[in-house]
Design a protein around this ligand. Sequence first.
Ligand code: PA5
Length: 422
Amino acid sequence: MNCKDFEIDFSEDLNLEKYENEALNALDKILLKNGKGSEMLGWVDISQTYDKKEYERMKDLSKKVRKSNLLVVIGVGGSFLGAKAVIESLKPYFKKDDFEILFCGNDLSSEYLASLCEYINEKDFYINVISKSGSTFETALAFRVLKVLCEKKYKEESKERIIITTDLKDGILRKLVNECGYESFSVPKNIGGRFSVLTAVGLFPIMCAGIDTDQMLKGVDDVLDKFTKRDISNPCVRYATFRNILFRNKKQIEYLIVNEPKLKFFQEWFKQLFSESEGKDAKGLYVESAVFTRDLHSFGQMIQDGNKIIFETFIDIAKSNVDLKVPFLKDDFDKLNYLSEKSINDINKIAVQATRIAHIEGNVSSVRVKIPQISAYNIGKLIYFFEMSCAISAYMLGVNPFDQPGVDNYKRAMYNLLEKMN
Ligand code: PA5
C-alpha cells in the first residue's frame, strides 16, 4: 500500500476516453481563457505568478504576529474555509501551541462572538479581517465588534493590531486601509473567494499558524504541468469526467470520504468549492462528506443499502504522520491479541479498503485519490487538484464555475429585511 506520489483510481471502467473531447474542451476553456467567467482564472498559475514582494511581507508580519498569543481571523466562505482547512489538516491534534488562531465572522452567533471577545480580551492578540468585496455582512459585523474591542484595549497601538486582506483598490476595507494606514494584503481581482486559498486570503493565516507555505506552493508548482496537461491521462480531467458521467447516470450525491478527522475542514472547503461552482441552472452533484470509520456507524447503512444516488471520493493517506501499535495483553480480555504490534494506521486503512469493497459490491461507485502523507506539500497538491477538477467539471456541466448568483440572492434578501428592522 505504498504511495510515492499523487495517484488516482476508479472503482470501474466508465470508458473515460469516450468523453475525451468533451473533457479537453472544458480544460481548453481554462487554458485558453475563453469560457464563462474567464476573467477569474488567476488561480491557475498562482504558484508562479504570485506577488513575491507581498509574500515576503506576509512572512515578516506573520513572525511578528506569532510573538503574540493569538490571531483572530474574520471572514466567511472563501475568505475563511481555505485557511481553516489547511491549518486543521496540518496542526497536531492536542499539542499545546503558545500561539492560537481563532476564526469568527462566519456566522451570526452572538454567544460565540461574546465568548470570543471575553476570551481574547485577556490575551495579546492581532486581528486579520479578510473580505474581497469588503462588505460581506457577517464579516463586517464581527469586525465592527472586534475593532471596538481592539481600540479599547490597545488605543493608538490598535492600528498595528489590525491587518486587512481585501481588494487592491476597491471596497470599504480598502478605503479604511487608505484612511487609517492599516497593514494590508490584497486579493487579486482575477481570483474568486473559493479559489483564493493560495493567495494572502489563505496564506497569511496559514503562515501565522507556523505552516510552511513555501512547501504548499511547491506542491502546486510540481503538479502544474501534470494537472493542466491536455490529455485524458491528466488526473483532474479523469476525475471531472468520471463524476460527470456518474451525474449523467443519475447519481446525485458525491461523498468526500476521509479516514483522518483532521481533514474535516478540508471537506468543508471542498464542499464550498464544488457547491458554489457547480450548483447552477438546476444542475450539479450535491456534495457531502463523511469521516470513516465514525460515519459508518451512522449513515454508512444508507450508502451501502439505500437509494442508489450516491458515489464516493476517498482521500487515501498512505502513511500516517504518527503511528501507534496495538499493545499486547497477557489476559487478552478483548481477544484483540491477534492484532498486537500491528499499526493502527494500517488497521484504519484496511477498514477503509474493506468499506470500499463492500460499497462497490453494493453498487456504489468510487474514486480514490491517494497521497503519500499529510504534509504542506501534499495539501498544496490536493488543493490544486480539486480546484482544477472543479473548474473542468463545471465547464463540462455547462455552467460558469466562478460566479455565485444564488449566494448573491440571499445577500440581497437579507439586506432588504435588515433595513426593515429600523
Ligand atoms: O467563493 C466566494 O466567492 C464566496 O464564498 C466568498 O468568498 C464569500 O461570500 C465571502 O466574500 P468576501 O471575501 O467578499 O467577504
